[in-house]
Write a protein that binds this ligand. Structure first.
Ligand code: FUB
Length: 465
């Protein structure tokens, strides 16, 4: 019996074997199960109550009839995004509702609750997929209470031991996984671990240029690009710049790129080994090559890390380079886009600035958005300032994007902004901790609308799943 942090007990499937003179306790391999549930949006249909689906209502789990004639709310309540188990475990999964809350058991009742992040919550919200009573159906065994299964009783969902009601238990606890009744979680918009997304509209398509994430110490070495016609379906263009073979002066810490377009050429600015480089291509999807053979902004050029570049093209054709970590810098780029006058670099005064400056212009106002706190903190967030020119002076306007723990959204920042063509519709791309179980080096990318008040200030961004 293994005590958990909550004082509950886990029953290990253990057997004792004698090898020679020694006594060895071994954990036997668990039985093999054919059943599995693919991740993504799914619905689960009862095998013995025709037409009834697993759903939540008033924050409790139940089963109820759902059909194509059901209300949008009823169809949404019967749809869950299946994720790898919050507590881990081979073949174990968790179920997230459209409102961001999770199915978990408490007092043996199945409930819908926000992720408290505690070991008990994570275990209570994890179910291991077992074979069901009918061909192709599944049963869901509790991660931390082996032998108890999610089952319906009086149309409510419970975590019952398999010994209850032997006549009906197997069928009461078996479900067929079906196509979802409603759309599930829409994000992350590009699947996998990516961060620091730079979004741009180029050549008739939206492009995303992120950091490839998931490496200890942010030690990744390749940049990828993705493009989309509608911000929903994204095409992976693969590696567009690989530091190892393509950049002579850096091999790792490939972070936070940005893109600019001038005279039919695309300029890709990137952080590498805490310097900033630039690479050029005739296509926004690359391949890009380094025209300088050295950093554009070398490490040590000014105080702080020389990272997180952004290039803003003003309406008069002048391009500006912004960058920094700890201190924010800006300078006019020369017309060649790969050089600047080092004597003209300005240090910007921005309250709480940490990194990721990103500038855009709307209605004659310049907006400088930036990230505050530490990307490893759930409190990492976005603030902004407005100005009358690309160099300011800047008026601090406060926070526009921050965590929403009830949805499991942590550390949403390192933002970029794009305007849909021929419109006043704006979007903000940013990263957050991957859901579930992400952190400052396991982040994922999403996009939400960016809206303005009548006075030109930015409304708080509503982060969605
Ligand atoms: O992704 C590596 C670093 O983390 C970026 O350069 C920072 O802005 C932070 O997001």
């Amino acid at each position: 019996m293994t005590p958990t942090r909550s004082g509950r007990t886990l029953v290990a499937r253990a057997s004792t074997v004698v090898l020679g003179a020694g006594l060895v306790t071994a954990v036997a391999a668990p039985p093999a199960y054919a059943a599995e549930i693919p991740t993504g949006a799914r619905s689960l249909q009862s095998v013995n109550v025709p037409g009834a689906y697993l759903r939540h209502a008033d924050y409790l789990g139940s089963i109820a009839a759902v059909s194509s004639g059901s209300s949008a709310q009823a169809r949404s309540d019967a749809t869950f995004t299946v994720t790898p188990g919050l507590a881990g475990g081979a073949g174990c999964v968790s179920f997230q509702a459209a409102n961001g809350m999770w199915l978990r058991h408490r007092d043996y009742r199945i409930r819908l609750e926000a992720n408290a992040g505690t070991p008990v919550f994570l275990a209570d919200a994890t179910f291991c997929v077992r074979d069901g009573s009918a061909t192709g159906s599944v049963r869901l065994e509790s991660f931390n209470y082996p032998g108890r299964f999610l089952r319906h009783r009086d149309n409510q969902l419970w975590l019952d031991p398999s010994t209850t009601n032997p006549g009906t238990f197997a069928a009461d606890s078996s479900f067929r996984v079906t196509a979802p009744w409603a759309a599930g979680r829409r994000s992350p918009v590009i699947k996998g671990l990516y961060a620091d997304p730079n979004i741009a509209y180029l050549n008739g398509r939206y492009y995303l240029y992120p950091t490839t994430d998931g490496y200890n110490g942010w030690s990744g070495s390749r940049f990828k690009a993705f493009s989309s016609a509608d911000l929903t379906t994204w095409t992976d263009h693969g590696t567009i710049l690989d530091l190892g073979p393509q950049i002579s002066w850096a091999d790792d810490r490939a972070w936070a790129p940005t893109i600019a377009h001038r005279d039919g050429r695309y300029y890709f600015y990137f952080s590498a080994a805490t310097s900033i480089g630039v690479a050029v291509s005739s296509s926004p999807a690359g391949p890009f090559t380094d025209p300088l053979g050295r950093p554009l902004v070398p490490a040590g050029f000014r105080s702080g890390q020389m990272i997180d570049p952004h290039v803003f093209n003003d309406t008069d054709g002048q391009s500006y380079l912004y960058w920094g970590n700890g201190s924010a810098y800006a300078v006019r780029l020369n017309a060649d886009m790969i050089s600047f006058d080092a004597t003209q670099v300005r240090t910007l005064s921005l309250p709480n600035f940490r990194e990721a400056p990103f500038v855009f212009q709307r209605g004659g106002t310049y907006y400088l958005t930036y990230s505050v706190d530490d990307t490893r903190s759930e409190n990492y967030h976005v603030e902004y300032a407005t100005g009358t020119s690309p160099f300011g002076p800047w008026t601090h306007r406060g926070t526009i994007l921050a965590k929403n723990l009830s949805l499991g959204i942590k550390g949403p920042a390192h933002q970029s902004v794009v305007k849909a063509p021929a419109s006043d519709t704006w979007y903000i791309a940013y990263h957050r901790f991957a859901i579930p179980a992400g952190n400052g080096t396991n982040r994922e990318v999403t996009i939400d609308p960016l809206r303005f008040n009548a006075d030109g200030t930015i409304q708080p961004v509503v982060p969605t799943l």
